[in-house]
Design a protein around this ligand. Structure first.
Ligand code: AP5
Ligand code: MG
Length: 214
């Protein structure tokens, strides 16, 4: 499966990616995760990306389009991958198309998660992420057994810097302006598949699997 996960911040791209990775045995490539890892490690890319991600702005394309292409050339991507959070602009989508064409490949699907803004704000501001393993949960929708402690590894849970209400609202505005046009772009190519992501995560997953088969 070679697919793009498309949708606004908080739509559940990461949540579904974890399940899809297991079912279809392809890697998840999240540009947001790549930036956060680089910020944590204090790399040059991390230093440059930090101010953009913390305020909810998009990181400039030239900082990482090549980085994504290099990642897609790695051995574990040869049978497919899930792109989570990339492309996010028409320019990035065009770059991806050129790359795929040069490789003689094409996308099997663009999985578009549909959810209203009110729900998204509640999901983002209530999200908590494990400092150690990166697993995420939600204080109301999927609370940890012990407050502040990761169910998976016992690590400490924290809030992402960009999950404050103000930054979340900014991210939704950036999504509308820069990323939502991709819905039109991919519906023209015929790759777009819409999913109702405003329902239980198990149902969202079941609907995706029903579309793509076992
Ligand atoms: P990124 O990390 O990609 O963030 P995002 O797109 O804002 O998306 P999120 O990770 O916030 O949401 P998600 O859809 O994964 O939701 P999740 O599953 O966690 O990007 C961060 C930043 O990096 C950007 O702002 C930008 O600066 C930069 N960046 C990244 N890629 C870039 C690019 N290509 N170009 C330029 N800049 C780029 O779910 C959210 C919460 O809801 C969780 O708590 C979860 O438990 C809960 N939840 C999920 N599904 C459900 C459900 N069905 N019901 C109830 N609760 C649910
Ligand atoms: Mg995510």
């Amino acid at each position: 499966m070679r697919a793009v996960l498309l949708g606004p911040p908080g739509a559940g791209k990461g949540t579904q990616a974890v399940r899809l990775v297991e079912k279809y045995n392809v890697p998840q490539i999240s540009t947001g995760d790549i930036f956060r890892a680089n910020i944590k490690e204090g790399t040059e890319l991390g230093k440059k990306a930090q101010e953009y991600t913390n305020s909810g702005q998009l990181v400039p394309d030239e900082l990482f389009v090549d980085l994504v292409k290099d990642r897609l050339m790695q051995e574990d991507c040869k049978d497919g991958y899930l792109l989570d959070g990339f492309p996010r602009t028409i320019f990035q989508a065009e770059q991806l198309d050129k790359f795929l064409e040069a490789q003689g490949q094409k996308l099997d699907a663009v999985i578009n998660f549909e959810v209203g803004n009110e729900v998204l704000i509640e999901r983002l501001t209530g999200r908590r992420v494990c400092k150690s393993c990166g697993a995420s949960c939600h204080v109301k929708f999927s609370p940890p057994k012990v407050e502040g402690v990761c169910d998976r590894c016992g690590g400490e849970l924290e809030q992402r810097k960009d999950d404050s209400r103000e930054t979340a609202e900014n991210r939704l505005a950036v999504y509308e302006e820069s990323t939502a046009p991709l819905i039109g772009y991919y519906s023209e190519t015929g790759a777009l598949k819409n999913f109702n992501a405003d329902q239980d995560p198990n149902l969202v997953f079941a609907e995706i699997c029903a579309e793509f088969g076992a």
